[in-house]
Design a protein around this ligand. Sequence first.
Ligand SMILES: [Zn+2]
Length: 428
Amino acid sequence: MKPYLLAVMSLSALLLNSQLTQTPLMANLVKSNDPVATETSISVAELQYQINIERMRQHVYDLASPKMRGRDVGSDEGARAIAYIEDEFKAYGLKPWFGDDYLQPITTGAGANVAALLPGSDPTRRHELVLVTAHHDHLGIREGLIYPGADDNISAVALMLETARILAKHPNTVKRSILFISFDAEEKPEGRTDEKGSMFFVSQLSKDQRQNIALMIGMDLMAGEIIPGLPGALFVLGSEKSRHLSRLIQGRTPIDGLRPLPIGLSMVEAVPYCPWCERPVSDYDSFRQADIPFVFLSTGRSQYYHTPEDTPASLHYDKLGRNAAYLLDLTLGAANELRKIDDYDHDARDQKMDIAGAASLLGGVLNQPPQDIRDDTLKNLHKAQVTVAEFGEKSDPLSWFEYRRLKSISLRVQCAAARPSWKICNWL
Ligand SMILES: [Zn+2]
């Protein structure tokens, strides 16, 4: 992942969260018992109860261990990660997606995507697909150091696998079919290139297949607690592009300790010093370019992002469990409730949501500032809080300059959370 959702994970939060990993524990996290909208009697809460945090932890420790040497694209360890995911899909009884094969070698580059299908239970809708996706590659070894990539992005692979395992046991709970995909080659190469696993996957879809994708759910960095003053935050990006999608996001069942935070993509894709530029931060972009609806989930970029310290021990497994509950609910909602997205608008943005999102980020950092935050940074963030509050009171749309200011504030607060001692955070 290459986002600007930056922030710092406090040592106290890390120590606290490492204690909270009993399984299964979802029953007491889920407030509602709303039944899934199918003929089956099993509820979302009952499915969430089956979430096994220990299984997810094991995936992380297996796939992000030093032996996996950072799962570089095309490496032996990358191939071992691919085989691991394939074996899981087989064990769950899911069907191969590429003909008789679970693997799709990336012929334009290196590595392979892995995908498996859970057929939908409704004969009139099973041709439609909900994609639950993550990427499994990471940076490999650099200057003799292993980059384990536990949060980036085995956290999301573990969530995808656990959702696949549970839903495969209850195929009648989904009307649309669910396609679980682990992409290769997200980290490298940079930019828009067909060597990316997700880009290659999209390029190989038929026109019918593209049109039948109801929603792509992308995940990157899913087990961080990056702003201590904003506990349980899970950023939900892209819902501003469709009213149906926005309704799906707003309709999710509350989960104790989890705070889904819808925020516009432009709040994280903004580029410093280049007012007109926006930079995609993960695999969803391959789908966006093909006009396929998507939503992107992330807990944001921690201080360990793209460092050798992104290890299994640094993750927040209780949060991973809550995110699994959210992902299950979202996947079921997309499979059963979501109206076919026919109102997708690339350029759409939701001013109210963006202002509220920036206000939440600011509030989170200012309520519990990082210990080593600079005085001038703190002062600037307080000023920014006043600006954002003023934006919130406007009844008219923000001007181009005001929106640009909002995006800059979003970048600054993310920078301040992750790199509180850096003066440059004041200059973005
Ligand atoms: Zn990533």
